[in-house]
Design a protein around this ligand. Structure first.
Ligand code: THU
Length: 138
C-alpha cells in the first residue's frame, strides 16, 4: 500500500463519516476497509440512547464485510477518519476485533479532516493480542 492508495482509502473513510449516526456524542467517525479482491467496505459509528450498544465506525465496516462474505484474514488495509486534532485512533475494542479478523501486519491508516495521516499495523496497535492462534490456552 503506497501513500497515494492510503490517502484514497482515507478520503473514502471521511466520506463514510458523513453517514455517522452520533446524536449523543456528536463525534462522527468514518471507516473504509479494503479487501483482497479490491472491494471497499464502508462504516460509520452508530450510537444508541442506551450508549452500550454503540458501534464504532471500524467495527461497522468489519462486520459489514464479514456479513458480505469476506473471509477472516482477507483484508489489505483499513482507514479511519474523524474531525480530530491529530489522526483518529481506534478504540481498544476495535483493536481487538481488528486482531481477530485482519492480518497482524495489515496497515491501519489513521487520519483526520485536515490531511494528517499516521499508519501503524494491527499488531503495533495491539501487541500480544488474545486471538484464535495464540493466547487463549496459556
Ligand atoms: N468511535 C468510533 O467510531 N471509532 C473510533 O475509533 C473512536 C470512537 C465512536 C464511538 C462513539 O460513537 C463516538 O465515537 C464517541 O466515542
Amino acid at each position: 500500500m503506497d501513500e497515494k492508495e492510503a490517502r484514497e482509502l482515507l478520503r473514502l473513510a471521511a466520506a463514510a463519516r458523513e453517514r455517522a449516526y452520533a446524536p449523543y456524542s456528536g463525534f462522527r467517525v468514518g471507516s473504509a476497509l479494503l479487501d483482497r479482491e479490491g472491494r471497499v467496505h464502508l462504516g460509520c459509528n452508530v450510537e444508541n440512547a442506551a450508549f452500550g450498544p454503540t458501534n464504532c465506525a471500524e467495527r461497522t465496516a468489519l462486520f459489514r464485510a464479514v456479513a458480505d462474505g469476506v473471509p477472516r484474514g482477507a483484508f489489505r488495509a483499513i482507514a479511519v477518519a474523524a474531525d480530530t486534532e491529530g489522526p483518529c485512533r481506534p478504540c481498544g475494542v476495535c483493536r481487538q476485533v481488528l486482531a481477530e479478523l485482519c492480518p497482524p501486519d495489515m496497515p491501519v491508516i489513521m487520519g483526520n479532516l485536515k490531511g494528517d495521516m499516521e499508519i501503524l499495523t494491527v499488531s503495533e496497535l495491539l501487541p500480544g493480542a488474545f486471538t484464535l492462534e495464540g493466547g487463549r490456552s496459556g
